[in-house]
Design a protein around this ligand. Structure first.
Ligand code: PZK
Length: 287
């Protein structure tokens, strides 16, 4: 009855293992990255919060779009997934102007070929959410690309399908989150194809690592927004004058505790489930 897991890939803060020919195990660690550097100090339970949030969203969107979730392990940080043929595209939806979208807008008045109205401020809500695909960079940053280049990577029909699926998912989750005081400024999906060639949502979904979560009560366009989850970490790192090259600094206990509390708060607000109940039985988020 014991199980042999073969390690297949490492992300910055997650690990991927093979269970068998059809299934993978996606394990979220407690590691945290900031300014693109993984810090030496872990945030206890961060991986469980992110796995629980992904599972919550997968369960709530499965009728609209199939996803790779097969089940949660009792540890709360490991998700059994269907093995897919992943598409070579980062599927980003932006509802607000931040990050590389803001930079591209300042430089060219457009993001991924969408020209936007003049006079937008940093963090402004866009007239409507836009699909802004990017290439998967193996080193360094993903590169934003226009629809034509993205369609060349996956085929024009598949491109239209991932665009529609991404926008539908974003509208659903951003409305749910906004009602609970969290703005999802933007988010990234990865899709794959199942054995029958059907488009399936993979990776993680609407976690604070794949999305920008902003506290709605502090929202004020015209400046960068505080991060719902990582702001204490960023502020602490900025206070040190760290040059943002590795290795990153150790975090003091109060920053660790404050950050853990923000992750748990995001989980509880979005899922409506106490984190304690999740730890006792992770499957509560699937109901
Ligand atoms: C897959 N990644 C990225 C994520 C890592 C690497 N369902 C799937 N089927 C096949 N492949 C993947 C998935 C998913 N999800 C995802 N690479 C392959 C990745 C997390 C940790 F190390």
């Amino acid at each position: 009855m014991s199980e042999t897991l073969v390690h297949v890939a490492s992300g910055k803060v997650r690990e991927l293992f093979t269970i068998d020919d059809d299934r993978l195990l996606l394990v979220a660690s407690d590691r945290i990255s900031t300014f693109d550097v993984v810090l030496p100090t872990a945030i206890p339970d961060k991986g469980r919060v992110l796995t629980g949030l992904s599972a919550f969203w997968f369960a709530r969107t499965q009728r609209a779009r199939a996803n790779h979730l097969v089940g949660l392990r009792p540890d709360g940080r490991s998700m059994e997934c269907r093995r897919l043929e992943m598409l070579p595209l980062e599927c980003v939806v932006r509802g607000y102007l931040a990050g590389s979208g803001w930079k591209d807008y300042l430089r060219e008045g457009a993001v991924c070929g969408y020209s936007l109205p003049d006079g937008l401020r940093e963090s402004d809500q866009l007239p409507e959410p836009i699909f802004t695909p990017a290439t998967k960079a193996h080193v360094g940053h993903d590169e934003n690309i226009d629809a034509e280049r993205a369609a060349a990577l996956v085929g024009v029909e598949r491109y239209r399908e991932v665009e529609r699926a991404s926008l539908d998912l974003y509208r659903f989750a951003s409305e749910h989150a906004a009602e609970r005081g969290i703005l999802i400024a933007d988010t990234k999906f990865e899709f794959g194809l199942d054995a029958a060639g059907q488009l399936v949502l993979g990776d993680e979904a609407f976690t604070p690592d794949s999305s920008r979560f902003w506290p709605a009560d502090e929202y004020e366009p015209g400046r960068p927004q505080p991060s719902f989850d990582k702001q204490y970490v960023r502020d602490y790192c900025e206070s040190l004058g760290w040059d943002k090259s590795p290795p990153g600094p150790d975090l003091p206990g109060d920053v660790v505790e404050g950050t853990r509390a923000r992750y748990v708060e995001a989980f509880e607000r979005l899922t409506g489930t106490s984190f304690e109940d999740y730890l006792a039985n992770p499957e509560v988020v699937l109901r």
